[in-house]
Design a binder for this molecule. Sequence first.
Ligand SMILES: Nc1ncnc2c1ncn2[C@@H]1O[C@H](COP(=O)(O)OP(=O)(O)OP(=O)(O)O)[C@@H](O)[C@H]1O
Length: 230
Amino acid sequence: MLEVTGLRAWYGEAQALHGVDVRVAEGEVVTLVGRNGAGKTTLVRCLIGLHRQAGGTVSFLGRDVSRLPAHQRARAGMGWVQDDRGIYASLTVEENLLLPPKVSDRAWTLERIYEAFPVLAERRKASGSTLSGGEQQMLAIARALGTGARLLLMDEPSEGLAPVVVARIGAIIREIKATGVGVLLIEQNVKFAATVADRHYLLSQGRIVETLDNADLRRREGELLKHLGI
Ligand SMILES: Nc1ncnc2c1ncn2[C@@H]1O[C@H](COP(=O)(O)OP(=O)(O)OP(=O)(O)O)[C@@H](O)[C@H]1O
C-alpha cells in the first residue's frame, strides 16, 4: 500500500535522507529502527507531507502522493499518530474522537472503538487534560482509526509507558493489523518491536542499511542495542 523509492530530504545544506526505499503492505506492521539522528522522524514527516521531499517518490494505494500537501495525504488515508499525541486538552475523549473528518468508509464507529478500547469508553466524558500517558496514546490511535485511515504512522508509541500499557498497545497494534490496516512505526524498544512487527528497517545516517525479520532482530538484539546506543 505504501511504496517509497529514492526518498531524499534536506535541512538547509545538510542532507538527512539519502535515497530511502520503504514498503508497507496491507495488514503489515513495519518498524523503523535507528539511533538518534538516523533520520526516522524526518522520514515519517516526509511521508505525511510535513517535511519537503527533495527527491524520490511516495506512492500510496497505487497513487503518487509525492506532491500532495499534508491534508490531502491525510484524506488519501495516511493517518498520523503524533508523538505528542495531539490530544485537545479542553475537549472530552468522545469529542476528540468525533472531531476529525472521515476519510474512508473503513472509519471505525464510536461503538467499535469503545469495544476495542474499553478504557476510552470508561473515560468518554473525561477531558483530554486528565488522561494518563497510556490513555492519551490509545486515544491518538483510536482517533486515527476513527478517520478510516488505511495506514498508521506512529512515532514511538511505547515511549514513556508502563510495561502493562505497552503490552496493551502491542495487542491493539496486532488487532489493527488483522483489519488490514498497515502500520509504520518508529520504535527504539527492540523487544516490543519484535512482538508487534513483521519486518524492521534499520536506518543509519539517512540510509536504510538493513532489513530485518523478527528472527534477525532477536538473534542480533545485543548488537543492535549497542548500535542504537541503548
Ligand atoms: N529541524 C532541524 N534542523 C536541522 N537539522 C535537523 C532538524 N531536525 C533533524 N535534523 C537533522 O537531521 C538528521 C535526522 O534527524 P531525525 O530527527 O530525523 O532523526 P531520528 O532518527 O528521528 O532521531 P531521534 O530519534 O533523535 O528523533 C539529524 O542529523 C538531525 O540532526
